[in-house]
Design a protein around this ligand. Structure first.
Ligand code: IYR
Length: 221
């Protein structure tokens, strides 16, 4: 039988009061995260990005299959290729493919087909979902709950980046198959999203939008 268990090291043992305080501290910290669309070109150290990706890699996943791959892009030529391809898709999206309802919903965000941040930000992280694993002999192993797993890992990544004062933009040019091609990713992987990472541009503004209140996102039995 291929099964081995080891003791679980409880990470901390807090009093009720400490738990209340820490939960509020975390809430205050995470609520300060905002998606931004204007980045400075200030560099970000690779060891920081590496640790944030390591953190993402600790996420729970279906059958612990860890069906994710993170491509870190700093190269100006590759960034330019990505920007060109993304803007082409976005021009079609904003020119009609999205449909009026979708475009109306996006209005408060002030987005458009122009994506200079794809070249200006120091780091792009293309996140891929591995639908199945492919070994050297071409054998496929299905990944269970791949999309859910990659979504959770991406949430951890965004939180880890926020934790070091970096800003992110969860960019989803659609379709984004061009990422597979430009980044030379194998069959079985599907682009999940493109995370733009860096320091915010000076005096950057964010839309005046709000999160739902607790009562609107939770219920009790
Ligand atoms: N992908 C487009 C449109 C877009 C869609 C959603 I849903 C957003 O929350 C934001 C933008 C773009 O990046 O402009």
């Amino acid at each position: 039988m291929n099964k081995k268990f080891i003791p679980y090291a409880k990470p901390m043992d807090l009093t009720d009061a400490e738990m209340s305080s820490r939960s509020d501290q975390f809430y205050q910290f995470i609520r300060s995260r905002r998606t931004i669309r204007e980045f400075s070109d200030q560099d970000v150290q690779q060891d920081v990005i590496d640790n944030c990706i390591r953190s993402a890699g600790t996420a729970p996943s279906g059958a612990n299959q860890q069906p994710w791959h993170f491509v870190v892009i700093r190269d100006a030529f590759i960034k330019n290729q990505i920007r060109m391809a993304a803007e082409e898709e976005e021009r079609n999206f904003y020119a009609g493919r999205a449909g009026d309802t979708w475009l109306e919903t996006l209005e408060p965000l002030g987005t458009n087909a122009h994506k200079p941040f794809l070249e200006k930000a120091p780091v792009l992280i293309a996140i891929f979902e591995q639908k199945y694993a492919l070994d050297e002999t071409g054998n496929k192993t299905k990944h269970y709950y791949a999309k859910e797993s990659v979504g959770i890992a991406t949430g951890v990544l965004i939180t880890a980046l926020h934790n070091v004062g970096l800003a992110t933009l969860t960019h989803t040019p659609s379709p984004m198959n061009f990422l597979t091609k430009i980044l030379n990713r194998p069959d079985g992987e599907k682009p999940f999203l493109l995370l733009v990472v860096g320091h915010p541009a000076e005096n950057v503004e964010v839309p005046d939008i709000h999160k739902k209140e607790l009562k609107d996102i939770s219920s009790h039995f």
